[in-house]
Design a protein around this ligand. Structure first.
Ligand code: SF4
Length: 355
């Protein structure tokens, strides 16, 4: 099914919804009170590996101040996640933060809600309304049907927004349960045109989290639902970004960056694919152009199995073999294999008009 045409909102130049590409987000996992230069390097790395939007918790004014400084040093849009205090939201908006995650229903008095919505509208900043099964309003938290509970909570927020004439909203309806998440997003999408941020909340550690999230995203994408995604893992933000990118590619929603074909190894293996992948994957994920790379365990089946890869590598004896589109182009000493593979790869990308 083709992608549902939701309303488009813009966050720091990135358009979410309106049929635009699905963007990948992650969330910074530490307090901004102890933010350091090393953290900035890590954030720059997230930017380099294809993170489109980066969210930070801003539970107090000190965090808002640090976030304002971070914003000035990044190209990608920054989101402030605020739960109750409308003054922090106003401060973040003043500091040029690109998007605010706050639920108007949690702010309290109507005049406070109006102040936040007016300030956001004045600066054309979108607000994400996040409905999670873990923090449903009291009146819905006991409902057995969690998708219904999430939809009702979202509708209460829509009523507040619409009363204030505020249009630049993105919604998320997340549960740790796949079926409840799918049903809630499907029901919301059938009724409303707001762009949807998809996610399975508290999805779990790396493997479990990626499996659950992939299933939910695939099914929603197939129904044309989803404008921006976060894979919420008990793991690093970089793993969340790479997982998001991989899911989009596997679901045919993106061809951004490297596709890695790598063999699992078997008794015929003469090349340690596991070690090689661990060594080069950070560098591979910096590539923005679509390119297929094969890392194979043996010369017998490797190049043949990886025929549709652009550039590949395997070992034979104490030599390393580099191949291009299934044909061997170099046979070099093992200790030179990695550098030559990366050079051949970058030359290929350049020859294709990439960076
Ligand atoms: S490429 Fe070679 S080592 Fe890898 S799984 Fe296939 S036969 Fe085994």
């Amino acid at each position: 099914m083709s992608k549902k045409l939701t309303t488009a909102v813009s966050a720091g130049g990135l358009v979410i919804g309106g049929g635009n590409r699905i963007s990948v987000q992650t969330m910074w996992k530490n307090s901004l009170h102890s933010f350091s230069e090393d953290d900035m390097i890590e954030i720059k790395f997230l930017e380099s590996i294809g993170c489109d939007i980066l969210r930070f918790s801003a539970p107090d004014m000190k965090s808002a101040e640090v976030l304002g400084d971070i914003r000035k040093k990044l190209r990608i849009p920054v989101v402030a996640d605020i739960h109750f205090d409308h003054k922090i939201a106003l401060d973040c908006i003043k500091r040029g933060i690109d998007k605010i995650r706050i639920n108007p229903g949690n702010i309290g008095a109507g005049w406070k809600v109006n102040e936040v919505l007016t300030a956001a509208a004045d600066k054309n900043i979108p607000i994400r309304i996040g409905i999670n099964t873990g923090s449903l309003p009291k009146e819905y938290s006991e409902l057995k049907d969690k998708s219904e509970a999430m939809l009702r909570a979202a509708e209460d927020e829509i009523e507040i927004l619409e009363k204030a004439g505020f249009k630049h909203a993105v919604f998320s309806l997340k549960a740790s349960n796949i079926e409840a998440t799918i049903a809630a997003n499907r029901a919301f999408s059938n009724k409303y045109d707001y762009p949807l941020h998809l996610g399975i909340t508290e999805a779990g550690p790396q493997i479990a989290g990626i499996v659950k999230t992939s299933i939910a995203f695939y099914r929603l994408f197939e129904e044309g639902i989803g404008d921006t995604i976060r894979v919420s893992l008990t793991d690093t933000p970089a793993k969340e970004v790479i997982s998001g990118r991989e899911i989009l590619k596997a679901c045919g929603r993106s061809d951004y960056g490297v596709t890695i074909i790598s063999c699992p190894r078997c008794g015929r293996s003469t090349f340690d694919t596991h070690k090689f992948i661990a060594e080069v994957s950070d560098e591979l994920y910096l590539i923005k152009q679509p390119v297929k790379v094969a890392v194979m365990g043996c010369i017998v089946n490797g190049p043949g199995e990886a025929k549709d890869a652009d550039i590949g590598i395997t070992g034979v004896g104490n030599k390393t073999v580099i191949f291009k589109q299934g044909k061997i182009i170099h046979k070099v000493d093992e200790n030179k294999g990695r550098d030559i593979f990366l050079k051949v790869l970058h030359d290929f990308i350049e020859s294709e008009g990439g960076e």
